[in-house]
Design a protein around this ligand. Structure first.
Ligand code: SF4
Ligand SMILES: [Zn+2]
Ligand SMILES: [Zn+2]
Length: 303
């Protein structure tokens, strides 16, 4: 197969775009798609200071590298969850990546915050993932606010976003459907959140990571439930195989026509926020203690 741009031997075939590219032209395609995603949704201005959440997975590292090559001001943030084996591997991976590319990195250790994820897991009587997600989002925002960053970027790709949209649609969850998207406004103590890879699939990001020499990280979190999301992603893959391009249409159609309808439905139901009495983070909770400080209390009581 030949590259559709320069006719050299193709390295990557993309059915959804009815195209094949050599390595050099694929990198140019990847850049164009990130740029289109940024401009179509007004994600970034040239003078933004971006904090990129780096989990250690290929998506977030690919995002950090590409944004830095595009000339954006980026700093990585890795939250060390203190999970046996997987956290040390993820952290090492992120640290090597940033050192190799000369990129700034902030590491936040949850252990020092009294929020080591295995302790949180033992202290709570429910699956740990929602608490873990809440804690990570808390520190992404807090460190961004304290450091004067203007946007927090995450490496969610089209497959992640389409599967989340599918899941929210199956439940007709109006709250989530009203603000799902690649840009979440910064207001009331929250920094703007963006997902610049929203037009790129997992396959495309994996190819980019491979071609850019981003080392693969093979220590998955032992607490990962994975099943529901993998099922939804698998169904969308089947749809994509039968009808190439449908996944992007589904998500883009929602952004153009669906989200505003759900946002209207939700108008007026915005929660009133107050600063948490313990950490100052905005919270809608009646007792004015945010979710993360409540988790910290439970952990302290159980240890
Ligand atoms: S899978 Fe692991 S890292 Fe991911 S949210 Fe759950 S506990 Fe946290
Ligand atoms: Zn080419
Ligand atoms: Zn708090």
């Amino acid at each position: 197969m030949k590259c559709k741009v320069c006719k050299d031997t193709a390295a990557v075939a993309l059915r959804s775009h009815n195209s094949a590219f050599c390595a050099k032209c694929f990198k140019a395609f990847f850049r164009r798609e990130v740029e289109r995603g940024i401009h179509a949704q007004g994600l970034l201005e040239p003078d933004d200071r971006i904090l990129v959440a780096l989990s250690g997975g290929k998506d977030s590292l690919a995002l950090m590298l590409e944004l830095s090559l595009m000339g954006y001001d980026v700093t990585g943030l890795h939250v060390d969850l203190d999970i046996p084996r997987s956290s040390a591997a993820a952290r090492g991976h992120v640290e090597r990546f940033c050192a190799r590319h000369g990129l700034r990195l902030i590491v936040k250790e949850l252990k020092a915050e009294g929020l080591s994820i295995p302790l949180v897991k033992d202290a709570l009587n429910r699956p740990v993932c929602s608490a873990c997600g809440k804690i990570k989002r808390h520190f992404f925002n807090r460190i961004a606010m304290e450091g004067g960053f203007t946007a927090v970027a995450t490496g969610h790709n089209l497959d992640d976003e389409a599967a989340r949209l599918f899941s929210n649609t199956l439940r007709w969850d109006v709250g989530y459907l009203s603000d799902q998207g690649p840009r979440l406004e910064g207001e009331n103590g929250f920094v703007r959140k963006i997902k610049p890879l929203w037009r790129l699939t997992e396959f495309e990001t994996a190819n980019y990571a491979f071609l850019m020499g981003i080392e693969n990280h093979y220590a998955p979190c032992p607490y990962s439930p994975g099943a529901t999301f993998s099922t939804l992603k698998g169904l969308l893959q089947k749809l994509e195989a039968a009808m190439p391009g449908r996944k992007l249409d589904f998500y883009q159609g929602f952004l153009k026509r669906g989200r505003s309808a759900f946002a209207r439905e939700q108008a007026g139901s915005a929660e009133v926020l107050h600063p948490c009495t313990e950490c100052g983070y905005p919270t809608s909770s009646g007792d004015r203690v945010c979710g993360v400080c409540r988790i910290r209390r439970v952990v302290r009581e159980k240890v």
